[in-house]
Design a protein. Structure first.
Length: 163
């Protein structure tokens, strides 16, 4: 995955020095570049994180595994794919907390492990106005999802295993 931009950052990429949101949510969403979310940020760009490239690769691979194996209407393609994805979340959460230290709190939201598939993520995106995404099968764009988060922000882990 050395073709990912974090392996070859430009000077502009390295100049991002904004603080992370206080709470970072590890959660997949359809076609997201990375499964990291922050209230008021929406999807957190890799340049904000200052994470090691190998960890960013693992996050991107975990997100891709979700995209490849979870369908919004039918759920998981197979139980082994679901279980592998859930198991990988445990290691990612541990490593993310170690890298974050006191910079931010990590909340893990493994909503795809719920029994019923859902068409849209319930991760609160905050007031980011330019964050739009086309509707399924349409060229129209919608406003960011402002419903309540899938889990209470004070909850550290929503569900860490499928069993």
């Amino acid at each position: 995955m050395s073709q990912n931009p974090w392996w070859h950052p430009s000077d502009d990429d390295l100049g991002w020095d904004e603080p992370l949101p206080v709470i970072i949510r590890l959660a997949p969403d359809y076609s997201a570049p990375l499964p990291l979310w922050g209230e008021g940020f929406g999807n957190i760009d890799w340049r904000y994180t200052k994470f090691p490239p190998a960890l960013l690769d693992r996050l991107a691979a975990w997100q891709q595994e979700f995209d490849d194996n979870y369908h919004y209407e039918t759920g998981w393609r197979s139980a082994p794919a679901r279980d592998r994805w859930a198991d990988n979340a445990k290691g990612l959460a541990t490593d993310l907390r170690a890298v974050l230290g006191t910079r931010a709190e990590l909340v893990v939201d493994l909503w795809p492990l719920d029994e019923k598939p859902r068409a849209m993520s319930r991760i609160k995106r905050g007031p980011v106005k330019d964050q739009t995404r086309p509707r399924q099968g349409s060229s129209e764009a919608r406003q960011p999802d402002t419903r309540q988060p899938a889990c209470d922000p004070t909850t550290q882990v929503r569900r860490m295993s499928a069993s």
